[in-house]
Write a protein that binds this ligand. Structure first.
Ligand SMILES: CC(C)(COP(=O)(O)OP(=O)(O)OC[C@H]1O[C@@H](n2cnc3c(N)ncnc32)[C@H](O)[C@@H]1OP(=O)(O)O)[C@@H](O)C(=O)NCCC(=O)NCCS
Length: 160
């Protein structure tokens, strides 16, 4: 795997393709993922978003996974993990775990003491919740009917 944190122009399209390919996100959510890349390309670090990209080690250099995280404004040292996605063909081979650990390491280096991540409570997201729990996140809150009637927001947290 080739690791990098710098955002490239090609990441707008690569992130769109990767996030859409997971089949986990609405078109609106895919647009938001791309917006965070575009905002960072336009404004650099002042955008407040940090990234970890994992590119294929072969000639294709295809984006196989990424995270996007950032300090939560108006908190002393809390950070949100906004996005994590691994290409469907590469899931369940440890890449998600590597991405989240590297993001935590970088966030800690920037002074983060607590990492938060939101996910959904519905059945489709059971593997995602299992992933966060396996990575040491604790269920900090459940907001019933948040995304839609019957679809809760589940907030996970981890002390770094
Ligand atoms: C969630 C996601 C990032 C995990 O990445 P991954 O590379 O598949 O995860 P890993 O291989 O590092 O898995 C680490 C551990 O998490 C747990 N886990 C991961 N996927 C799981 C699944 N489908 N079912 C149950 N547990 C799972 C396991 O304990 C796994 O360890 P193991 O394989 O040794 O049992 C990836 O599945 C993904 O992109 N999902 C779709 C998008 C998504 O849900 N993003 C988060 C939105 S909030």
């Amino acid at each position: 795997m080739k690791w990098r944190t710098a955002v490239r122009e090609s990441d707008s399209a690569a992130v769109r393709e990767l996030v859409a390919a997971t089949g986990f996100f609405t078109d609106e959510e895919v647009e938001v993922a791309v917006e965070l890349v575009d905002e960072t390309l336009a404004n650099g670090k002042s955008s407040g978003y940090e990234f970890v990209f994992a590119d294929a080690p072969d000639d294709s250099g295809r984006l196989l996974g990424y995270t996007c995280f950032g300090a939560i404004p108006m908190t002393v040292s809390s950070c949100d993990l906004y996005w994590i996605a691994v290409a469907p063909g590469k899931q369940r081979s440890g890449l998600g775990g590597q991405l989240i650990r590297e993001s935590e390491r970088l966030a800690k280096g920037l002074g983060t003491t607590q990492m938060f991540v939101d996910t959904a409570g519905r059945e489709k997201y059971a593997p995602t919740r299992a992933f966060y729990e396996r990575c040491g996140y604790r269920k900090a809150a459940v907001l019933d009917d948040f995304y839609a009637p019957g679809d809760a927001k589940v907030i996970y947290a981890k002390t770094l």
